[in-house]
Ligand binder design. Structure first.
Ligand SMILES: *[C@@H]1O[C@H](CO)[C@@H](O)[C@H](O)[C@H]1NC(C)=O
Ligand SMILES: *[C@@H]1O[C@H](CO)[C@@H](O)[C@H](O)[C@H]1NC(C)=O
Ligand SMILES: *[C@@H]1O[C@H](CO)[C@@H](O)[C@H](O)[C@H]1NC(C)=O
Ligand SMILES: *[C@@H]1O[C@H](CO)[C@@H](O)[C@H](O)[C@H]1NC(C)=O
Ligand SMILES: *[C@@H]1O[C@H](CO)[C@@H](O)[C@H](O)[C@H]1NC(C)=O
Ligand SMILES: *[C@@H]1O[C@H](CO)[C@@H](O)[C@H](O)[C@H]1NC(C)=O
Length: 323
């Protein structure tokens, strides 16, 4: 009953989780990632009202997210990536779990549309719904995700501290700290971030069935470091305000049905080191701005441009500052 941390990750556990969590009210961190657990996520998981980190990544869980999770209002990290979960993305995620910083539901079978209530997640820093079956349009209210929109500096790590007075039974250990970490695909490779996690602000909605335009409101998220909307069915044009995303390191809009010109404002993003606009219907010139021209020649050599305007397809990949 006093158990606060339960980490069974990276083992070979399998089978259903028993539905008897109601006695574990002290749990703040539960990590069952990288096992072979299956079946539904038990309803009594909602009794873990103190839980802040819930990681069930890379298992074989099926069914919907249990609605009892809305009881776990202290949750900051949910990573359920790489399972076989289905159903829609619940509205209550945005209504009840306002402390969420990391929400990873990638590589599952979620469908339906993105509820606008997600915009209530003002502390969110990583929103990853990639590789699902999500349809409809991208909510316009994304500019409400203030943690991604505010210019002030954020802390480097995401640390949880447990004061011994809250957990009298731990007093022999003193205060306890742990830092969150998160793993996701970054520039084509699975990477794990911990000591710099606080700086990672990303939205990944790639490989879904999203339609409509890229909402211009997204350009308010000036702290966004990575944005991937690739492999959807997005249409219309890239807003010229995209250049406002001055923190962007990686932008992937490839494999959609976007038309029009490549906005020249893209050349203003100093930090951009990965840009993929391939497999759209873009035309016109590759923007050459101050940034694109002012690279030092050595770095320039490591940049790769590949343009094929004849096909009205344009691929622009810039790989700079490689070591
Ligand atoms: C669980 O343990 C593994 C292996 O030691 C570690 O990599 C992981 O970060 C731990 N999980 C949490 C949430 O601290
Ligand atoms: C929600 O949490 C309360 C304690 O805050 C607990 O009594 C209740 O059983 C929980 N509800 C569910 C559905 O787990
Ligand atoms: C997506 O939905 C379609 C039709 O609803 C279905 O045929 C397909 O298997 C689903 N894909 C995934 C990855 O769930
Ligand atoms: C979502 O998938 C389920 C089957 O898993 C299906 O019954 C439902 O119609 C789908 N919803 C949408 C909006 O595609
Ligand atoms: C977005 O923020 C504005 C101002 O804070 C608020 O009025 C609006 O209801 C919010 N919208 C959503 C969908 O969260
Ligand atoms: C691509 O854009 C051109 C105009 O630039 C338009 O004429 C053509 O129909 C578009 N093709 C597709 C497949 O949308």
């Amino acid at each position: 009953m006093n158990l606060a941390f339960l980490n069974l990750s990276s083992n070979n556990f399998y089978g259903d989780l028993p539905d008897c969590w109601s006695h574990l009210a002290a749990v703040v961190m539960l990590d069952f990632s990288n096992n072979a657990f299956s079946g539904k996520i038990p309803m009594t998981i909602g009794s873990l009202w103190r839980i802040e980190t819930l990681k069930l990544r890379s298992n074989r869980f099926v069914g919907e997210l249990p609605s009892s999770l809305k009881n776990c209002t202290r949750l900051q990290v949910i990573d359920m990536g790489d399972n076989e979960l289905s159903g829609s993305i619940p509205k209550w995620l945005g209504v009840s779990l306002k402390n969420l910083v990391i929400l990873i539901l990638s590589s599952n079978h979620f469908n339906g549309s993105m509820p606008s209530q997600l915009c209530h997640l003002t502390r969110i820093q990583i929103l990853d719904f990639s590789v699902n079956n999500i349809s409809g349009s991208i909510p316009k209210c994304l500019n409400n995700l203030t943690n991604m929109a505010q210019k002030q500096n954020s802390s480097l790590t995401s640390t949880h501290t447990y004061n011994k007075d809250d957990y009298g039974f731990h007093s022999f250990l003193g205060d306890i700290n742990y830092e969150d970490e998160a793993s996701f695909i970054w520039k084509g490779r699975m990477q794990t971030y911990k000591s710099t996690l606080g700086l990672v602000k990303r939205i990944d909605l790639s490989s879904n069935r999203l339609t409509g335009e890229i909402p211009s409101e997204i350009t308010h998220l000036v702290k966004l470091v990575s944005l991937s909307l690739s492999r959807n069915r997005l249409t219309s044009q890239i807003t010229s305000e995209i250049g406002n995303l001055q923190s962007l390191d990686s932008l992937d809009l490839s494999r959609n049905q976007i038309d029009g010109r490549i906005p020249t404002s893209l050349a203003r993003i100093d930090r951009l080191s990965f840009l993929d606009l391939s497999y759209n219907n873009l035309s016109g010139k590759i923007p050459t701005g101050t940034q694109l021209q002012s690279f030092d020649p050595l770095i320039m050599l490591k940049m790769l441009y590949f343009v094929n305007l004849d096909l009205k397809r344009c691929v622009l990949i810039k790989l700079s500052q490689l070591t």
